[in-house]
Design a protein around this ligand. Sequence first.
Ligand code: CP
Length: 311
Amino acid sequence: MKQLYHVLGAKQFEKEELEQLFDAARAMEKVVARGGDRRHEGRIMTSLFFEASTRTRLSFESAMHRIGGGVIGTENAAQFSSAIKGETLEDTIRIISGYSDIIVMRHTDIGAAKRAAKVSDIPVINAGDGAGEHPTQALLDAYTIRKEFGKIDGLKIAMVGDLAYGRTVHSLSYILANYQDVMVYYISPDNVRIPDNVKKYMDEKGIRYQETNDLDSVVGTIDVLYQTRIQKERFPSVEEYEKASGQYIVDAELMDRMRKDAIVLHPLPRAGEITEEVDSDPRAAYFRQAVNGLYIRMALIDKCITESQGK
Ligand code: CP
């Protein structure tokens, strides 16, 4: 059976591979500047999204076009694929495997990408699986940090907001676990704390972290403030959501207390947790971060297709 290179979770990446991927993303920046290339002409990517997306879906689709490939897919697979008629995810994937060369999938269920990969004849990229993981977001986050600081080792990174349902912080923790002397602050309301399985992984990897709900105590010392949205759609009740919402707002006053060389990241979309007055501050790196998603995803598609062919 053909061996495939999938991107299913952030734990699969080790430092050497990360650095190669970041070099490839840097090269893709040059490809885009030249107007793209045709290296994957004739190849087709299926973009299968069971949950809403702006950045992930469109940057993946743009990425495939910029390296010469075509794109098919659906942006509302729950409604507009045969899932609504009761088709299983496994059958959907088996069918798509016959029509295309790579699948990028976002799904509501934790573990859905792994289920898809088990039955797929082509590489699968996890574009977010419920409250589980979002590995390609974490890769672009780490790429952004490396670009902004020239390194990741030794940085102090505060992840703020919904650390339970926000899948990006789980994946980013797993990526950061590859770097030396990183310090992670998990800052959240009590009902959306970082899950135990993420902390266990950080313990196993010997990564320093601290859990707190006091952003003020660290804001003047950190290099990266990674703000997140409270994931309203994943809460069991409105009451639980309201307990978590509105507690951490990045505004001009908070920026005044941050270091001059610190940056603010956010996977986006935002829902009020970074005020628009912050956008013009050069330390607001979240729109640069979103653009980096294009380069990382070009590199990932290229790697998945190339490495799966070669085996
Ligand atoms: N960051 C992110 O995953 O954004 P979208 O939901 O718009 O894809």
